[in-house]
Structure formats: C-alpha cells, structure tokens
Design a protein around this ligand. Structure first.
Ligand SMILES: Cc1cc2nc3c(=O)[nH]c(=O)nc-3n(C[C@H](O)[C@H](O)[C@H](O)COP(=O)(O)OP(=O)(O)OC[C@H]3O[C@@H](n4cnc5c(N)ncnc54)[C@H](O)[C@@H]3O)c2cc1C
Length: 504
C-alpha cells in the first residue's frame, strides 16, 4: 500500500473530527470544487505547449494549503493548480521528530484529511517539483509540463543547511525536515546498529532530533559552536538550566566547538575496535558519578559512556583536537529557503523573498508565504523570516485572500493585511521544557531580568519604549515539565500576549 493510501485510510477514520475542524472552509470549498471542475479541465495548451492556469501554488505545506482555503473562503471558484515535490498529502514538519522518535504514528503527521483537501477543489500535482519559474513570462516549468499563470504563490518552504559539515567521502549526514528525512532517521534509530549519535547544531531542530534519538535509547552527544544551546532563542540563565536537564539525561555537551573532520572507518577497523572495546568495557566499570558540580557530563563521563557502546563507524575530530567515534551524525545547521527554481535577481530578496503586507513580492503577480518569505516581524518592525508554523499558515491565508480579491477584479487591499508575527518556540526534551517568544537579542536600550526558583527559570527582556517606560520584547521559561510544566505554559502564554500587545 502506498503512503498516500495509508494516510488516506487513517485519516478517513478521523473524518468526523476533521469535518468539524474544517468547518465552514471545507463547506465553502466543496461548493467551489463543484464549480471548479469545468474550469480546471478547460485549461488548454497554448501555442508554446504551456497549460494556462489562473492560480499556481508552488508547495503543499501549511502556507500552500492555507492559501487554498482562503481563496475558496473568499469566494474564488476558478482553477488552482498546486505543485508539490512530495508524494504524500501535506504533512507537518513539526511532527517529523516525534514520528522518528516513535511518539507519533506516520498517519498523525498529516494535519488535513484527504477528504478535507479534496473539498478545496484544487488540481494537485504530486511528485512534481517546480524546476523553473519565470515571472516575466508568467511561466512555471515542471516534469509534468509547462504552465502559465495569472497569479502565483511561492510556498515552497525551506531545506536544512549542512554548511559547515566537512565533506566526507562515503558518508551523507542525517538531516530533519521532510517526512522522508524522518523515515530515514527512524530506520537508522530502529535498525539496532546505531548506538551513538552526534547532533551538530543547537537549534530547536537539533534538540528535537536529539530527543528522537534519546527516545530510542541511543547515546547522544551535541556539538554546538555557541557557548550555549538554543542558539539565538535563549539567554544564558535559561539555556544553562536546559543544559543541566540534558546532562541529567546523559547527553554529552560539546559547546563552543565545531566538527573539524569526519572519517568513515573501514569494516575491518570497526571489527578491531569492537574487539578492543569489549575488553575495555570488561576491564572498567562504567561510572556515572563523573558529572561536574553543575551536573554536566564531563569528558570522563563521555569516555565512560563510549566505553559501554560499540564504537561507531565515524571518527569525528572536533575543533578542540579531540576525537570520538559515532555511528551517525545529524546536522541541524539552520535552513535555507527553497528558491532554486527562481533565477537570481528575478524577485527582490534578502535572506528570503521580501513581501508586502499582502504577501506580494516585487512582482505584483507573484506572492510568497511561509518559510520562503520575509514578512513583518513585530518586535523589530522589520521584514524577517520567522520560520514557524503559525506565521506560515497566516501568511498563506493572507496571500490567498489577496489573490482572490485581485482575481475578482479588486485590489489586494480589499483583503485583510498580514498583522505581523513574533517568533515563538516551545520544546521539551524528555521533560526539560523551554518556552520562548519575541526577541532576546542583547542590545543597547535593553534590560534583562532573571527570576529563578527551584522549579523554574524565567528570563525577561525589556526595551526602552518611546513613552519613557519599558516594554517586554522577549522571554525564556525553562523548567522540568513534571514539576512546573503547567505553570510554565501559563506563564509563556501570558508573556507572549504581553509582547504582542506591546508591539501593536
Ligand atoms: C523538525 C522540525 C520541527 C519544527 N518544530 C516547530 C515547532 O515546534 N513549532 C513551529 O511553529 N514550527 C516548527 N517548525 C517549523 C515549521 O515546520 C515551518 O515553519 C513550517 O512548516 C513552514 O511552512 P511552509 O508551508 O512555509 O513550508 P513547508 O511546510 O516546508 O512546506 C513547503 C512544501 O513545499 C515543497 N516544495 C519545496 N520545493 C518545491 C518545489 N520546487 N516544487 C514543489 N514543491 C516544493 C516542500 O516539499 C514542502 O512540502 C519545525 C520544523 C522542523 C523541520
């Protein structure tokens, strides 16, 4: 049975819940779908062999789907062609680590049922990556042929960057973004041969990958170039509490370090090392009391851990000059927008595509939403990639409504403008919880306040306001979820609202 069929089946079982969740949009979509059938099939090839379509959506993630829902909600009943390089229904990248870690079933990674999506009446081209977009010619190229569009939405998301990981002959590191990435990671973790994993990077995705490994009882080391985990999201007081939580779960932290080189051992080397390691393990008892005063795993503790595990096929040398062996490396060095199909300079871009408050790019017929777009971030007042699900969904919805307004002969301004968003992050690694929102960048005019008790650390970042007072612009909360989880979630929700209110 194909994966898409599996997803269909399981989600069919959830039809009642899905119907309720779909609410008005699905109903509106069903009507649109009926009207749409004729116009979608009316697309005839033009003289150059391209099929004319009114709306083209590149990418079938949350930004793409929410654009589609908004188009229908706004009453647009014409054709929409969605191009997806995936072979499945739209899935949530958020859930991929939980699937790899065995916490979620494959079927649970799909937020929309096949029925809900069918009601939206789009012509969906699966396994059909857009290979080129020519905004001047209004032309999209795909393996299924060329298409011309009236309006196009770029909602192609992002891919993991492996920049900084040294090129290694015979080894491709693991990454985590797509469902295929998660399937590969899960196979490795469940295969039995993977005992020690090195996670390179200290971002949310790195930590979520780490948790997936820990859930399979794999011994983990995390290497990060910054002095603390959670890179740009955490201030030291919160990060240190989180690090203590990781260390208590047996994670070795190599912070302020990078990977210098990776060598793949030959099968012979690995056999010899296994034999040596077995004798070392017999000769030495694996001590667990080698943590330092802060509860961090020290090098000695790490050595003890490696003494109990079969040596890995990879010899990794760190920037400190130390070397260690691992079975796999997961690289989480940030993400890059998926824009390879766009000629350089075709649309105004910075780190991603710059969009206005209606998600229009510098070309009025091309919109962008989600991880591929730089839209209003409320704390800075600048256009930034926020890189979270809720923003991608909202941006997709804005783009869909604005396109519908234009296709009905009006201006995008007839639709609601994007209100802007703030970065938010919540992560729990085996019960160590971290919640953050807003900006915690240290800069002039900002003040940091730390409130810490036995149960929880809360870090507040205040900024001088124009009225002479201060406004909250960011926070971190860290705690043990079992001890103070519900208080932490409440605090996080309340502080997030305060930041949003102060920014508007
Ligand atoms: C492991 C992980 C954990 C995360 N955890 C959280 C979290 O806890 N909270 C949160 O808010 N966010 C989280 N995120 C981020 C969140 O998933 C993204 O911000 C969100 O999915 C962006 O939506 P999107 O629609 O822009 O992109 P995507 O969801 O990536 O969808 C884009 C789609 O376009 C397709 N595509 C790409 N190129 C092409 C092409 N050339 N032609 C056709 N199709 C193409 C892609 O395959 C993909 O299916 C996480 C991300 C990851 C990877």
């Amino acid at each position: 049975m194909s994966r898409i069929e599996q997803a269909d089946l399981s989600q069919g079982a959830q039809a009642a819940r899905a119907e309720e969740a779909a609410g008005a949009s699905a109903t509106a979509g069903a009507d649109a779908s009926r009207e749409n059938t004729a116009s979608a099939s009316a697309g005839q090839e033009d003289a150059a062999g391209a099929v004319p379509v009114r709306v083209a959506v590149i990418g079938y993630g949350t930004a793409g789907v929410n654009a589609l829902i908004a188009l229908r909600r706004a009453g647009y009943a014409g054709d929409v062609h969605v191009f997806s390089d995936a072979t499945t229904l739209p899935y949530s990248p958020i859930l991929t680590s939980y699937y790899a870690g065995g916490e979620k079933a494959y079927e649970e990674c799909f937020p929309w049922s096949a029925d809900e999506l069918a009601c939206l009446g789009a012509e969906v081209h699966l396994d059909c990556p857009v290979t080129a977009l020519d905004p001047t010619a209004h032309l999209i190229r795909t393996p299924q042929g060329d298409f011309t569009y009236e309006k196009c939405l770029i909602a192609s998301g992002a891919h993991p960057s492996t920049a900084g990981f040294p090129a290694t002959e015979g080894y491709e590191p693991l990454v985590l973004r797509t469902l295929d990435d998660a399937c590969r990671l899960k196979r490795v973790l469940e295969g039995g041969a993977c005992r020690r994993v090195l996670v390179s990077g200290a971002s949310m995705v790195a930590l979520k990958s780490l948790e997936a490994c820990l859930r399979h009882d794999v011994t983990c080391t995390l290497v990060g170039m910054n002095p603390h985990v959670l890179d740009f999201n955490a201030l030291p007081a919160a990060a240190e509490r989180f690090e203590r939580g990781l260390a208590a779960k047996g994670v070795e932290l190599r912070l302020g370090q990078t990977i210098k080189s990776v060598e793949v051992a030959s099968a012979e080397d690995t056999r010899d090392a296994v034999a040596n390691d077995a004798s070392t393990a017999n000769a030495s008892s694996c001590s667990v009391d080698t943590a330092d005063a802060n509860g961090m795993n020290t090098g000695a503790a790490a050595a003890a851990i490696s003494g109990t595990a079969a040596p890995g096929k990879l010899t990794v040398t760190f920037s400190t000059g130390e070397a260690d062996r691992f079975d796999e490396v997961i690289v989480a060095h940030g993400v890059r927008s998926n824009l390879g199909f766009l000629p350089q300079g075709a649309l105004e871009a910075d780190r991603a595509l710059l969009v206005d408050e209606f998600m229009r790019t510098s070309d009025p017929d091309v919109y962008a939403a989600g991880d591929v777009a730089q839209a209003l971030e409320l704390v800075s007042g600048e256009r930034r990639v926020v890189g979270i699900w809720k923003s991608a969904a909202l941006q997709g919805a804005c783009a869909g409504a604005a396109m519908a307004a234009e296709l009905a002969g009006g201006a995008p301004e007839a639709a609601d403008a994007y209100p802007g968003s703030i970065p938010t992050n919540t992560i729990a690694v085996l019960g160590t919880l971290f919640i953050s929102a807003g900006s915690v960048e240290a800069c002039e005019g900002r003040r940091v306040e730390v409130r810490e008790d036995d149960d929880m650390t809360v870090v507040y970042v205040y900024e001088d306001a124009d009225d002479g007072g201060e406004r909250l612009v960011g926070f971190n909360v860290t705690c043990d979820e079992d001890v103070a989880g519900s208080r932490a979630y409440d605090t996080g929700a309340m502080l997030t609202l305060r930041i949003e209110a102060a920014c508007r």
